[in-house]
Design a protein around this ligand. Structure first.
Ligand SMILES: Cc1cc2nc3c(=O)[nH]c(=O)nc-3n(C[C@H](O)[C@H](O)[C@H](O)COP(=O)(O)O)c2cc1C
Length: 306
């Protein structure tokens, strides 16, 4: 089986520029496109921290924006295109209440007027290639239907569907039937997203796949699919540790002090439990100082007896 086109999902707090650079360096070309965590408007301006983490010129990387009004969308597109970006992904899937309450993320699916204006803004920027990431709805999995009339007319390179509705957050049934219905309703290539861990899980009609948590837990996954075989555990863990060492160094240089660094690094391992085992994951979770954290990470290989 040839590997599908693989996108790396955006995950706030995880897939920052340091993670993406390390992933690219270690795993090569396996991921066709990385997406940045969303860039937002805060205090009436594009958040500087978000813009810094989405620098133009980063290979195979598309910045994602979240917006709740045409004004916010224009401001973000203007900032990113001014910075030299040529691709932008539109977030129509974020389920977090603070964003939904601002009419952003998945809430946009229920706002045909905003979608219509978004299509016009897209047309105002012919040099930018746009894409869109969506859910199947907000409170149920049929709310995507009215949005189709607007999305089908948008100039988009592709649409990614996380096949859950927003209230489900990141758990519960992944609705393959809804994905297939969306894929056949749209003229664009449609990528599947949600709980994928193996290429054979891709539903009919998928142009490719976007992988999030599985790639955090097993960063070699895309390279393994492309190479056509599983890596032995020792190689997988070595690559995982190499990636984390790079992210650690980058965050240590940026963050203020050990407590912040610990808080930024510890959650990664939650996604790695399958690979590093329960004992290692628990040991890392229990650490309360950066020194103890480093020691627990250094002991992963020994505990696994690889
Ligand atoms: C902690 C976390 C942060 C996320 N941040 C974003 C984001 O900034 N933009 C976005 O479109 N999706 C975001 N997502 C959703 C993921 O991109 C993806 O759609 C979701 O995790 C389902 O895919 P998976 O099962 O392969 O992880 C986030 C998910 C998680 C768990």
């Amino acid at each position: 089986m040839t590997a599908p086109i693989i996108f790396a999902a955006p995950l706030q707090g995880y897939t920052d520029a340091a993670w993406r650079a390390a992933h690219r360096d270690i795993f090569g070309e396996a991921v066709a496109q990385y997406f940045t965590p969303f860039v937002r408007v805060e205090g009436g301006v594009p958040r500087p921290r978000d813009l810094r983490d989405a620098p133009a010129g980063e290979p195979r990387t598309t910045p994602q924006i979240i917006f709740g009004s045409p004004g916010e969308m224009r401001m973000l597109v203007h900032a990113l295109s001014g910075a030299g970006h040529t691709r932008i992904d539109l977030n129509c899937g974020c389920p977090h209440p603070p964003q939904l309450h601002k009419g952003r993320g998945a809430a946009v699916l229920l706002r045909p007027d905003l979608l219509r204006e978004a299509a016009e803004i897209i047309n105002d920027y012919p040099a930018i290639t746009f894409s869109l990431k969506m859910r199947t709805g907000v409170t149920c999995g049929t709310e995507w239907r009215p949005a189709m009339r607007e999305i089908e007319r948008m100039r988009l390179s592709h649409v990614t569907v996380h096949a859950r509705y927003a209230v489900q957050q990141y758990r519960g049934l992944v609705d393959v039937a809804a994905f297939e219905a969306i894929a056949s309703a749209l003229p664009h290539p449609v990528f599947f997203n949600g709980d994928v861990t193996a290429p054979q899980e891709l539903p009919a009609g998928a142009a490719g796949v976007m992988i999030g948590r599985a790639l955090l837990g097993r960063p070699s996954l895309a390279a393994e699919w492309c190479g056509g075989e599983e890596w032995p555990a020792a190689r997988r863990i070595e690559a995982l540790l190499q990636l984390h060492a790079r992210v650690y160094e980058a965050r240590a240089a940026r963050l203020c002090g050990p407590a912040q660094l610990l808080a930024a690094m510890q959650p990664f391992w939650h996604f790695c439990e399958d690979g590093i085992g329960h004992r290692n994951a628990k040991a890392i979770r229990k650490t309360r100082t950066i020194e103890a954290y480093r020691k627990a990470v250094a002991e992963i290989t020994k505990n696994l007896e690889l």
